[in-house]
Design a protein around this ligand. Sequence first.
Ligand code: FES
Length: 155
Amino acid sequence: MIPDVLKEALQRQIAATDHPREQVMDVVFALQDSFGYLSDELLEEAASLLGMTPLEVEEIATFYEFIYRKPVGEYVIHVCDGVVCWMQEYQSVLNYLRKKLNIDYGQTTTDGRFTLLPTCCIGYCDRAPAMMINRKVYGKLTPERIDEILERLER
Ligand code: FES
């Protein structure tokens, strides 16, 4: 259940627009940021706030790969498998992350810290290979750089 403070903030945001459904991504991301993923219950509450059906919100939520319908780790690592990254060491980046975290795509580390997922091009082609962690993009990845990035994430 959405806490009153967040619900009221979302209601104000939705009321400020002529077309409430335009706010669907903002609402869904706000809920995901607060709860980690978009549960069925949250999806239904989002639909209610927006005046949409749960199915309409579900269609959007399952279209975008950065909306999580299942629990994920504290940090979600999306490795870019776009064509430029493919040509620039994508496979070695993926293999390094798989080995370092001991997980494969779609899995979460046992401590709940990291989830590994693929993504299509994230617009960092000039700095390929690239990945995104919790919506922050990192490029020019090497094993050493990956170690640095993961080490700097807050505990
Ligand atoms: S193909 Fe990977 S960032 Fe564009």
